[in-house]
Design a protein around this ligand. Structure first.
Ligand code: NAD
Ligand code: UFG
Length: 339
């Protein structure tokens, strides 16, 4: 069976993807520096699947150290999750973000070139559609103007990967544009474990539910949307992880560059999703309305037709599943992986 290297695979999406790959019969190697994760997530992946994962603690920016991973394993494809992802922090520390996100990509491409690895899947984001494109977003739309350095790193990395594939016709690149992954594995053993105050909506809601935060502030209720709060395309992280398994099959059979949205195609507002969490789990979430957050778009959601047509992938879980599984993870792990 093929061996897949998950760069940044100890993180939220990587750990869920590792489970789905192992359960589909792939061998998994993870390289991570644990800057936003911990080895415990990988142990839990092994417990869920009953299979072992080869784990390397390495800063992927360091191509010389990363080479060790390539020399010790026969890698068939790389999934590149490794990146910093906090939008607000990227505005305050742009150089850190450009350095980390671009350099991890370049190191991986250099090692792949040296060891003849031709297949790479990249964790891109809906953020690359920018401010100009109308919703729902389709893959052939031009990348737009981002509102923060994090988004620009995704735009730049997509360009780097496209240029690399253009120069080497034996390469296969899949750019996956994620929408808003939430929820957790149904075992409640792995999930999202943000450091400090969560930037994203659902980890914040879960921490209010478990008593770590007093209340949620909903950023703005005067947007041009049905209830005035922003609408997003929330996708269950296990559905997203399964999309990676399909992308692995695809990347190994094809050449060139292909882009896929991974979303449900259905937007929900902040108020709707908070209400859905309350209903699914029979819990009250204290919230208040506050100011808009800088850089937020009123709406972001996918047209998910291409992934269905080309990869044969579509989401299977609904909003209730997302809310229930998120709470199951948070309730079982009130302090995340720190117990
Ligand atoms: P995460 O922070 O949980 O996972 C990223 C992993 O990469 C972490 O384990 C971190 O330790 C590792 N990492 C970062 N820099 C590294 C380096 N220099 N060397 C080695 N490891 C490094 O984030 P996630 O939510 O799992 O996201 C995975 C990818 O998907 C990221 O690239 C992110 O930008 C992208 N993405 C995420 C979302 C989202 O909402 N979660 C949305 C769109 C795109
Ligand atoms: N929100 C609140 N209160 C909070 C946190 C968020 O009201 O405490 C609102 C936001 O204003 C937004 C919605 O909840 O309207 C969703 O916010 P998130 O931060 O959860 O998600 P975003 O859509 O802003 O961003 C996510 C990822 C980015 C990625 C982007 C597009 O975090 O990495 O999707 O893919 F770039």
């Amino acid at each position: 069976m093929s061996t897949i290297l998950l760069a940044g695979g100890a993180g939220y999406i990587g750990s869920h993807t590792a489970v789905e790959l192992l359960e589909s019969g792939y061998d998994v190697v993870i390289a991570d520096n644990f800057s936003n994760s911990c080895p415990e997530s990988v142990k839990r992946v092994e417990q869920i699947t009953g299979k072992s994962v080869k784990l390397y603690e390495v800063d992927i920016k360091d191509a010389a150290k990363l080479e060790n991973v390539f020399s010790e394993n026969s890698i068939d494809a790389v999934i590149h999750f490794a990146g910093l992802k906090a939008v607000g922090e990227s505005v305050e520390k742009p150089v850190l973000y450009y350095r980390n996100n671009i350099d991890t990509t370049l190191s991986l491409l250099e090692c792949m070139n040296k060891y003849g690895v031709k297949n790479i899947i990249f964790s891109s984001s809906a953020t690359v559609y920018g401010e100009e494109n109308p919703v729902p977003y389709t893959e052939e739309m031009k990348r737009g103007t981002c509102t923060n350095p994090y988004g620009w790193t995704k735009v730049m990395m997509e360009q780097i990967l496209e240029d690399t594939a253009k120069a080497d016709s034996s390469m296969s690149v899949v750019l996956l544009r994620y929408f808003n992954p939430i929820g957790a594995h149904e075992s409640g053993m792995i999930g999202e474990d943000p450091q400090g105050i969560p930037n994203n909506l659902m980890p914040y809601v879960a921490q209010v539910a478990v008593g770590r935060r007093d209340h949620l502030t909903i950023f703005g209720n005067d947007y041009p949307t049905p209830d005035g709060t922003c609408r997003r395309d929330y996708i269950h992280v296990v559905d997203l992880a399964k999309g990676h398994v399909k992308a692995v099959e695809y990347v190994m059979k094809n050449k060139g560059v292909e882009v896929f949205n991974l979303g449900t195609g259905t937007p929900y507002s902040v108020t709707e999703i908070v209400t859905a969490f309350e209903k699914a789990n029979d819990i009250k979430i204290k919230y208040e309305y506050g100011q808009r957050r800088a850089g937020d778009l009123p709406e972001s959601y996918a047209n998910a037709d291409k992934a269905l047509k080309v990869l044969g992938w579509k989401t299977e879980k609904n909003l209730e599943d997302m809310c229930r599984d998120l709470w199951n993870w948070q309730r079982n792990n009130p302090q995340g992986y720190n117990k």
